[in-house]
Design a protein around this ligand. Structure first.
Ligand SMILES: Nc1ncnc2c1ncn2[C@@H]1O[C@H](COP(=O)(O)OP(=O)(O)O)[C@@H](O)[C@H]1O
Ligand SMILES: [Mg+2]
Length: 436
């Protein structure tokens, strides 16, 4: 029956054919399955090994898998953060010739966490706020790209650490639509309302199941998405007018957008008939202002806030080591080999999967600041790294991917019993529990 399989993929990995497609996903043997935390889902979704990587497999209807596959590919062309579509497989049959569902395969997003796996003592109010802020930014970016989501929720989003904040990625595009001509205000408001209701429900669930830390307010946190979203929308797309002699306001607007992490690709600047008033409006904005500068200077490809943090350190290094003939590129290269790489290389190998290198570097800088303050004097970077490894990193669990031993998929039903997989949010005194 395997011969009847129909695979659609941009790049075909022959190892894909070795997976047990003739079995329902629920019945896949442990050796194929990767135990990783997962959000709530309608369909069966499991993670599996494939050629040294991890893939996420979702069983669904053929038309839905095709639709979502196409949608994810279009979104990634538009440069919106989302999981990467890998393949769809149709015409699955079991050994008796019975039809099995189609599957959509995406690449597992490394170092990503579903919101339900982001705590051990209960999701904290402050973390929930940062998750909502990250989701608001993602929603604005999706709307700017013309995407109506239709099922905005914390469960349909993955989060990666981003230097004290989070970066949100879309994981479930099944209900979405792309509109080339953009979204109407009504459509945007509709998505926003869906987000608010879903987030409130998801947080209430957490509270009811005893998995939220005290002090978390489901309604207030869910309402925060409205304010955050609108603030960003106005900043990224709103028109602004001023008197002709206030042209500096054009630069001010650009700087504000840069600080938010955006570049302006196209801005409309218009003068009224009398020439006394000027109106500006960003037309095309690109996220990744800091990330692009960092990648140009160092080749490091990281999240936006991580890039901001690394660039601060790099710029400080460049100021301290400024000399004739050493331009920005030369100093950046020096910073990379004298500062960044030694920190990352001094992380013991067995702990290198705990956090992304850029996040480790960010945390080392934070830790250095913290212990210097306690000591009352500056602590050398090398000593700060040692202390960070010994006191902080040792207590974290791997977030890259828990590849071995493969213990089975982890379902996180509503009302998770305490003791299921948890990933500690804060650095200090982490209390790791094992996989169930
Ligand atoms: N590529 C991926 N990387 C990491 N996690 C994923 C990936 N795809 C799915 N997941 C996990 O599986 C969960 C369910 O996936 P989703 O597409 O929302 O399924 P459903 O359509 O059934 O709601 C997500 O919340 C996420 O935790
Ligand atoms: Mg979903």
């Amino acid at each position: 029956m395997v011969s009847a399989l129909e695979i659609t993929a941009a790049t075909v990995d022959p190892a894909l054919l070795d997976l047990p497609w003739h079995l329902p996903l629920e019945e896949w043997p442990d050796e194929n399955i990767v135990a990783l935390p997962k959000g709530l889902s309608r369909h069966t979704v499991r993670f599996a090994h494939l050629s040294g990587h991890v893939i996420a497999i979702k069983e669904t209807l053929p038309e839905l898998s095709k639709r979502e596959y196409d949608m994810l590919r279009n979104l990634s062309k538009l440069d919106v953060p989302c999981v990467e579509a890998f393949a769809i497989i149709n015409n699955r049959n079991d050994a008796d010739g019975n039809e099995l569902p189609s599957v959509l395969i995406t690449r597992h997003l490394k170092f990503s966490l579903p919101y339900r796996a982001m705590w051990s003592q209960g999701l904290r109010a402050e973390t929930a706020t940062r998750l909502v802020d990250a989701l608001a930014l993602l929603l604005v970016r999706l709307h700017i790209a013309g995407f109506f989501w239709g099922d905005v929720s914390l469960s349909n989003t993955l989060f990666r650490r981003d230097a004290g904040s989070f970066a949100a990625y879309l994981v479930d595009a099944e209900t979405g639509h792309l509109y080339e001509s953009g979204l109407s205000n009504g459509q945007r408001e509709n998505d926003l309302e869906i987000a608010r209701v879903n987030i409130a429900g998801e947080l209430m669930d957490l509270i009811a199941s005893g998995n939220a830390a005290p002090g978390i307010d489901a309604v207030a946190t869910s309402e925060r998405i409205m304010g955050k979203y609108r603030e960003l929308w106005v900043e990224l797309t709103g028109a602004e007018s001023f008197n002709a002699e206030e042209k500096w306001k054009i630069n001010r607007r650009i700087e504000r957008l840069n600080r938010l992490g955006f570049d302006i690709d196209e801005m409309s600047i218009r003068q009224d008939a009398s020439g006394a008033r000027i109106k500006i409006q960003p037309k095309v904005v690109d996220a990744g202002h800091h990330a692009r500068r960092l990648i140009r200077l160092t080749g490091l490809d990281v999240e936006e806030n991580q890039a901001r943090r690394l660039l601060n350190d790099l710029d400080e290094y460049s100021r301290d080591h400024h000399r004739m003939g050493a331009d920005e590129e030369v100093l950046a290269h020096e910073w990379l080999s004298n500062i960044f790489e030694p920190v990352i290389l001094s992380i013991p190998k067995d702990m290198s999967g705990r956090l992304e290198p850029a996040e480790i570097f960010h945390q080392v800088l934070e830790h250095r600041w913290y212990i210097s303050e306690n000591a009352g004097h500056d602590i050398a970077l090398g000593d700060a790294v040692d202390s960070y490894v010994k006191n902080v990193l040792t207590n974290r669990r791997d977030e890259e991917a828990l590849i071995s031993p493969a213990t089975g998929s982890i379902e996180l039903p509503k009302g998770i019993p305490s003791g299921t997989i948890t990933v500690e949010e804060d650095d200090e005194d982490a209390d790791w529990r094992d996989l169930v």
